[in-house]
Design a protein around this ligand. Structure first.
Ligand SMILES: [Zn+2]
Length: 179
């Protein structure tokens, strides 16, 4: 299993509340600012992007997007920065939820965890009702944005896969930081 999962464990320690509580728009902005990332509104970016300017790390986001899309896109960009994908002088990275490239997928995973933390899925798991439909309904009810049903289903599927992978790793390492 790749290093993305080790990184997730790092972020759980470094980023208070990460993968334990859902992050709102303000939670994400606060987290970014605590980590010396400059957060700017910009109407010309599709959802969000991350880049360096001089020696500052910058994240730009489009303020006209529903909260769920905001969490996924800014969370995705914080993922890029946290994972070291954003380098000085490189092109801005834009949130792309459906790309197959490893860095896009890995950043996407971080965005998903800000949106639907493992603690939510852990509760379903404990109640014996962890399945795609439960995740879908859980997320749709209070965290639904402009993302179409079919895409939301794809995101929920990815989320379930991540949960199961993390659970396997934590079981093997005799840790349970999910609880
Ligand atoms: Zn990206």
């Amino acid at each position: 299993m790749g290093s993305i999962y080790n990184k997730i464990f790092d972020f759980e320690t470094k980023w208070n509340g990460f993968n334990k509580t859902p992050f709102s728009k303000n939670d994400l902005i606060e987290l970014a600012e605590r980590n010396d990332i400059v957060v700017l509104k910009d109407h010309s970016v599709k959802n969000a992007c991350a880049f360096h300017y001089g020696n500052r790390k910058i994240v730009m986001y489009n303020p006209h997007q529903p909260d769920m899309d905001f969490t996924l896109s800014l969370g995705h960009e914080l993922g890029h920065i946290g994972l070291g994908h954003v380098k000085p002088h490189s092109e801005p990275l834009h949130a792309n939820f459906y790309s197959n490239s490893t860095i896009e997928k890995d950043a996407g995973i971080i965005g998903f965890l800000f949106w639907a933390p493992s603690s939510d899925l852990h509760q379903m798991d404990n109640a014996g009702r962890l399945n795609l439909e439960e995740i879908y309904n859980h997320c749709k009810d209070y965290r639904y944005g402009d993302i179409e049903g079919a895409d939301l289903e794809k995101i929920c599927k990815a989320r379930l896969r991540i949960y199961n992978a993390l659970k396997r790793i934590k079981k093997n390492s005799h840790l349970c930081t999910l609880c």
